[in-house]
Design a binder for this molecule. Sequence first.
Ligand SMILES: CC(C)(COP(=O)(O)OP(=O)(O)OC[C@H]1O[C@@H](n2cnc3c(N)ncnc32)[C@H](O)[C@@H]1OP(=O)(O)O)[C@@H](O)C(=O)NCCC(=O)NCCS
Length: 231
Amino acid sequence: MRIREAAAGDAPAIRDIYNDAVANTTAIWNERLVDAADRAAWIEAHARAGRPVLVATTPDPTKSTSSTSFTAPTIPAIPAAPLVMAGFLSETPGVVLGYAAYGDWRAFDGYRLSVEHSVYVHAKARGHGVGTALLRALIERARVAGMHVMVAAISGDNAVSIRLHERHGFARVGRMPQVGMKFGRWLDLEIMQLTLDARERPEEPGRVQASAGSGADRARNSVSASTKDSR
Ligand SMILES: CC(C)(COP(=O)(O)OP(=O)(O)OC[C@H]1O[C@@H](n2cnc3c(N)ncnc32)[C@H](O)[C@@H]1OP(=O)(O)O)[C@@H](O)C(=O)NCCC(=O)NCCS
C-alpha cells in the first residue's frame, strides 16, 4: 500500500468512495451525491488552505517515490490474498483504496489548532488495514503541522469507526443524542478527541507551521468556508 497526497486526478475515485458512503452508510449525514468536479474543487480547496488530503493506493511501480510529497512513517502491508479476493483491486496498480482529510473543526480564530478529520475506505477494501494506515498517516501530518487536537465526529452507530479511533488513542468526550437523521431514523453523534501534544501554551515558538500569520494560515482563513466540510 502507498499513501500520498491526493491530486486532481484522484477526484473520480474519491467521488465514487464518497457517493457510496452517502448512499449506503451513516458515516456522512449528507444525502446529495457529488460529481468529480465537486471533489476536485474540494481537493484544491484543501491544498490552498494547507490542509492534507491523503489517498491510499495499491502500489504503482511506474511512479517514483520521489513524487510522493508525504510518506507515512509506518504503513502496514495489506495481505495479498484478500486484495485479490476483493476483485476490483486485483493486480491493478495505483487503485485508490481510500482517503483521509482534515479541515477546520470550527471556523473561528480560537479553534485554529484543532481540526476535524474523516477517513473513507472503498467498500471492497474495508477490513484490511487501509483505514488504520490512513488515520495513522493523517495523525502524523497533523502533528507535523503543529495542530493540537484532532476531532472525530462519528455517527453513534458506526462501531467500526469508533473502534478505529479508540485504537489510535482518541477519547470519547461526548455524545449528542438525536442531532442527526438518515434512513428514516434519528442518529446520535459521538465526539472523539485526540490531543496531539502536551504543550502548555497554544503557540509556543518552534512549532512547525503553527505560528499565526503563516502562509498556510492565511490561505486557510480565506477559504475556511470551503474546507469546513472536511469530508
Ligand atoms: C471505518 C473505516 C474507515 C475503517 O477502515 P478499514 O480499513 O475498514 O479498517 P481497518 O481494516 O483498518 O480496521 C480498523 C479496526 O476496525 C476493525 N474492523 C474493521 N472492519 C470491521 C468490521 N466489519 N467489523 C468489526 N470490526 C471491524 C478492525 O479489526 C480494526 O480493529 P483492530 O485494530 O482492533 O483489529 C471503513 O470501514 C470505512 O470507510 N467505512 C465507511 C465510512 C466510514 O464509516 N468512515 C468513518 C467516518 S467517521
